[in-house]
Each structure stands twice: as C-alpha cells, then as structure tokens.
Design a protein around this ligand. Structure first.
Ligand code: PEP
Length: 253
C-alpha cells in the first residue's frame, strides 16, 4: 500500500518564531497519528526556521523538510548548506528540483540529480519535483518533459533507495496561480509518471512510490484530486502557510 503524504512548502516565508507558532497550532490539530488516518505530514521550512521547526514537532507526527541543499559534502561553497548539516539537525526530507529553483537558480536535471544522490547518501529523503510549463502542455510535450525530468533526476538511484524517494508532479502553470489541473488531467500525468517508474524500476517498486500533486491545492479541491488512483498526496505552497487551512487538506487525504 502506498503512503498518502501531504507536504507543505513554505518557500521564503516565516521567521523561526513564526514557524514554531504555526507548527504548534498544526500539531494541536493533528494531535496524534491515529487522528491522521494514515496520512503522513511534512512541512518544508526555510533554512533559518529548520531548527525551531524540528524542535516544535518533536513527539508529533509532523516531519520536517528543507527546501533545497547543496550536493557537495562540505568545502568552499559560501552560503550553501549540505545534506549532513540538515540530517544532523533532525531534518528528514528535502524538496529538490522545485520549479522555482529550476527557473530562477538555473537548476538543471544534472544538478537536481546530484542533489538527489547526495541526499540519499546522507540519509535524507528527497521529494523530487517535476512539471511542465504551460507552453509544454499546449504543444503536446507534457509527457516528454516530465519523463525527461524524472529520468534525469533519478539517474543512478538504486531500487533500494526508491523506498525513500517521493515524486511531486507540479504543473508549473498551476503553481501559485490559483489554477489547478483538473483531477482527470492530473491523474493522466500521474499515471504516465508511474509508467516511467515501472520502466525504470519494475512494477513492484513503482507501485510503492508516493506521487504527490502540487499546484494550487486547497481544502476545496484536495479530496477530488486525492481520490485519483495515482495521486498519493500533495505538495502544497500557499495553502500550507496557515495551520487550519493546511489541516483542511490533510483531513481530505
Ligand atoms: C508549490 O510551490 O510547490 C506549490 C504547489 O504552490 P501552490 O500550492 O501555492 O500552488
């Protein structure tokens, strides 16, 4: 059985104090694992908020993710953060290859892949983001783009390591725009993504990989999206900033 995993991506929002306050509220809503009905919850926080986020979620079912990392272990990389630094802090996941990083910071599939491999080596679980631009969809290149990003990002990842990888399909045109892919549209691409995983790792492994949908997910549309066969969770931006709104999505899972 695949896990349903709802992850928030706070992006460059919340100071460490604000992070602790929001997580305290979220933890009160979530209460305990039984209350979640099997749904796993992750919050991706900025680097400066990670320590207080980890502390605020100790003994709660909420896991913490970083939103990026450097692929190198250590050295002369001014301003960068390594996987080991995150792991030692108690961070469990790392969001990699988000479309904002691909578009604004020039992250190629090769760069994303190096980060995925470094994360796994350090014992962090990557959330590998892929997704097509509007132009790709309009020119019939959705599968080609997603297939290339998925294969590129997972290059060299072993079958054993795939149990620690989450894939997040995020159509770029739906991120932060209020426009969501219809459940049918999203399901079509999720099914394609899983077929690529079957090609790479075989049916048994592919069936176990959690594929999240991301792009203007909110409490009002989450249930229908999460009801699709190949949609196993969400990566949520704007609607994850408020504990009660985010809990509305978790409750739909
Ligand atoms: C995201 O940034 O990963 C995202 C899905 O954002 P939003 O939910 O705001 O569209």
């Amino acid at each position: 059985m695949r896990k349903t995993i709802i992850a928030g991506n706070w992006k460059m929002n919340k100071t460490h104090k604000e992070a602790a306050e929001t997580l305290k509220k979220l933890a009160e809503l979530v209460i305990d694992r039984e209350n979640l009905g099997g749904v796993e919850v992750i919050i991706g926080a900025p680097f400066t908020a990670l320590e207080s986020a980890v502390r605020a979620t100790e003994n709660t079912p909420i896991a913490i993710a970083a939103e990026n990392m450097n692929a190198n272990e250590s050295g002369a990389f001014t301003g960068e953060i390594s996987a080991t630094m995150l792991k030692e802090l108690g961070v469990e996941y790392v969001i990699l290859g988000h479309s904002e990083r691909r578009a604004m910071y020039g992250e190629t599939d090769a760069i994303v892949n190096a980060k995925v491999l470094a994360a796994l080596k350090a014992g962090l679980k990557p959330i590998l983001c892929i997704g097509e631009q509007l132009e790709d969809r309009e020119t019939g290149k959705t599968n080609e783009v997603n297939g290339t990003q998925l294969k590129g990002g997972l290059s060299g990842v072993s079958v054993e390591d795939m149990k620690n990888v989450i894939v997040a399909y995020e159509p770029v045109w739906a991120i932060g725009t209020g426009v969501t892919a219809t459940p049918e549209m999203a399901e079509e691409t999720h099914a394609f993504v899983r077929s690529v995983l079957v090609e790479l790792y075989g049916n048994d492994v592919a069936e176990e990989v959690t594929i999240q949908y991301g792009g203007s997910m909110k409490p009002e549309n989450a249930k229908e999206l999460l009801a699709q066969k190949n949609i196993d969770g969400g990566l949520v931006g704007g609607a994850a900033l408020d504990a009660e709104v985010f809990y509305g999505i978790i409750a739909a899972g």
